[in-house]
Design a protein around this ligand. Sequence first.
Ligand SMILES: [Zn+2]
Length: 252
Amino acid sequence: MKSKTEAIIISSMNLGEADKLVTFFSLDRGMLKGVARNARKSFRRFGAGLESFTISRLHLFEREHQELARIESTDIIEQHSSIGCDLDRSAVGAVMLELVREMAPLGERNAPAFLLLSHVLHLLDEGEDPLFLLRIFEIKFLSLLGYQPKLDHCLSCGIRPKGDIIFLGMKGGMLCPDCMVSSGEPQIRLSQGTVGFYYHVLRMDMDKVCRLKPSPAIMQELDLAFSAHTFHILGKQLKSTEFLKAVLPLGH
Ligand SMILES: [Zn+2]
């Protein structure tokens, strides 16, 4: 059966002598994988349409009960070529794509998540601050996948604290300082400024979010909180964050 879908290329790896195995996040069917036969030889048919960060229209051929689609050809919709030419942007972009690959379930449509990723990649390509975009993407993307941390009341006593809170990555929630019993683990404290910024980002659409100017302290607290949160969801650290820390140490 033939079909076509708009998709963001997540990764593309060599398979055998001439083929490519492509992972892509599609608008109408979520995360999928496909094989592009002869992709390494037939540049005319595929061009740059299978490169990471590119948004392409993929022409697919699928058989029932077959896990991998066959990618017959591609039309580029938006290329985002300046992401790959800049170290900071490509390091941040790699974390975003890994987050999508690890988190988004195969074959489940999530149009808002697709639109968010394509919007954020567009802004990254245009030169918006990479780490700012990463923090925004983490907050909105995890929420769209159902992993939104609840930071407005203490998990133990239910109050809404006025001062700092302690983030619990494992529970995706927080404790007020009165309920925190020291477990010897490093505590991630979040200020009310960070909590306020977080809820602003969740509520606002992307155009307005980009006008926000969070302080470096807010950015750093969110980084720690979302690294812990992602770690507890996946049971591992994202590989690409190591590279990001080497490239952009100030943000970490
Ligand atoms: Zn409490």
